[in-house]
Design a protein. Sequence first.
Length: 505
Amino acid sequence: MAIPNIRIPSRQLFIDGEWREPVKKNRLPAINPATEEIFGDIPAATAEDVDIAVKAARRALGRDDWGSTTGAQRAKYLRAIAAKVLERRPELATLETIDNGKPWFEAASDIDDVVACFEYYADLAEALDSKKKTEVKLHLDSFKTHVFREPLGVVGLITPWNYPLLMTTWKVAPALAAGCAAILKPSELASITSLELGEICREVGLPPGALNILTGLGHEAGSPLVSHPDVDKIAFTGSGPTGVKIMTAAAQLVKPVTLELGGKSPIVVFDDIHDLDIAVEWTLFGCFWTNGQICSATSRLILQETIAPQFLDRLLEWTKNIKISDPLEEDCKLGPLISRGQYEKVLKFISTAKNEGATILYGGDRPQHLNKGYYIQPTVITDVDTSMEIWKEEVFGPVLCVKTFKTEEEAIALANDTKYGLGAAILSKDLERCERFTKAFQSGIVWINCSQPCFWQPPWGGKKRSGFGRELGEWSLENYLNIKQVTQYVSTDEPWAFYKSPSKL
Ligand SMILES: NC(=O)C1=CN([C@@H]2O[C@H](COP(=O)(O)OP(=O)(O)OC[C@H]3O[C@@H](n4cnc5c(N)ncnc54)[C@H](O)[C@@H]3O)[C@@H](O)[C@H]2O)C=CC1
Ligand code: BAL
Ligand code: NA
């Protein structure tokens, strides 16, 4: 498919169904990481705008056109959004690539996932109607109890830059399916496509205030959203330190949070893999896909010693073959990192690894043929010690570190030697061994004979310092529902007889 030339939209904040200039009228540049050029700008919300948006969301919940909708009615909006996103697929993918730097075909596949995700939550919204009120059997006849599943209220959704519109969708689609009113705060590093979602919501006639979109900086727009007393919940995906700040602020108001934070996931490769090339490709995909800028990247290769030399030789041959280029080029497989800050951070990780005694087996620098843009070669690091930063900390870049093992016990210990617990992968023909690893991995996700494929039906999330709560699937819908117990006394002719009745004195 030809990649379209597009116009860069200029938007305001999306509040109460309308485009609205930020109270302080500030804007932030939108930077193309492939060229380092400013290609547009986004509005910068502050606490004043947060307050206006929260009030609009609260009004939406109080109005029949949103607050009294059935799941089936909400499903219509979600399907209409999906259809509009699909209609604009080439353009949205191009905007995503320009803003984020991911290869166009990856961006386009993200847009396909966005469409599928809105459709999936439309189905779940419909299904919710029959589960809205469910009876709970009691041991007494004098009472009847049922449980209501109702929208949790006004929810704040704070998202990162690595999958801009897709991470937005992972939160917005279930929140709207559940009937919440939402305030989305996308990352200031890539907000353009999330703002376009505002235009799509306007076009499909989503009731005003059901979704509000506030772009801006974390401390100026995100932080007041978290501390706003009239926001009932925060769902966050991003870095560990910001997750800690959000949880701390939310705790002051006993506000529930779900946190999807970082990772340093292992991929354990045994010598009984089905096929060397297939295993090598999954290993590369596990770490270099999305430029390693994915929380679940399997960035620690734990490799059985017996096949290490041949596996690494082949891995380098495959790595050299990865096309690094402008992400708008059709067969690009590795574009630039998101920002100068991320580029410098990743190079620093590589130089610290070198200083700590590791070997940069491949890469480690910017590709020579690209002198502009935040590009870094896919990098493979060996001679890694478990005390090194490169083994312990999330890089969020195309950097794979390698350690070998002899026994299964050693492999499990290395795999779990991390404060994080998001993903874990094992490549082996022995399915009983895969089963043992599935149990042993301290993670929320396990991949067997693959790494990274992500579908919208199963749950997604981690344990340990990767956070808690689950997104996607039916689990995500639960994040946005209040479970209300309703108990009715049905023996209304019978006194309760706990106190002495004065009429009987
Ligand atoms: N787990 C993941 O998916 C992600 C992890 N990261 C990691 O985080 C590092 C830093 O990247 P950042 O973009 O700075 O991530 P970040 O975690 O600071 O940003 C994520 C979102 O949180 C917002 N935010 C920041 N401070 C906030 C606050 N005090 N209150 C409320 N919201 C706030 C940001 O504006 C953005 O929308 C990366 O180098 C990478 O290692 C970054 C993005 C995604
Ligand atoms: N699907 C990507 C989840 C993340 O990196 O946040
Ligand atoms: Na950008």
